[in-house]
Write a protein of this length. Sequence first.
Length: 249
Amino acid sequence: MKITRYKHNSDFSYTLGMTLTIELLRCRPETVIQVYISPRAQESEAMQELRALCGQRGIPALESEKAFNILSPKGNCFVIGVFRKFSAPVRRDCHLVLVNPSDAGNIGNIMRSCIGFGITDLAVVRPAVDLFDPKAVRASMGALFHMHFTYYDSFAAYMKDFPDHNLYPFMLRRSRPIHEVEFKAPWSLIFGNEAAGLPDDFADIRPASGALCSSVLIPISGNIDSLNLTIAAAIAMYEVTGRPQTVRR
């Protein structure tokens, strides 16, 4: 196939790096089209594993410098995987919900934290960054290949699919400190855009139970305005999954 720079409307994407490509081959081998190996790559145990996985699955492993000149011109990448985009819809479980995330690196890091804390379902409300952007894939360190995810055109559409979820938007309005909140499953941890956060009206959303959703605040000192989205999401996931009284499905 012809190698071109990634476009959001493409049917395929790339893993840029040895570790990412091995994770792709382990988790989503059915999506892999081919693998490129740089002529400058050194033999190692990881390289042997990569070649073995390709051989076991009948995936072409081609030596080509041209692919790296197009996709990774900095010269610090020696393996590229080409894979078809795949669908893995969210399930009826506890969810992380991102409303209008805009940064590929952030969403990749958040997926990595999700897998680290055992949360595998991610709902994303448009407009939003592309999960398959190679920058997001790389920042996830392969976590994308373990995730279940669905894009929604609105938060209302998400609520329609999961009317019984208990909603926990992270915001200032009508909020309680995170250590005072009891998270009841099935829960949805909801975060807004990196710059703007969640709109104030999220505090007024009512789930199917009829009760107001429970707005949550992560207390910080007055020396900064806010936490980075990736840090806030990681703190929330740690708090929710790490406390003994937390009920999870």
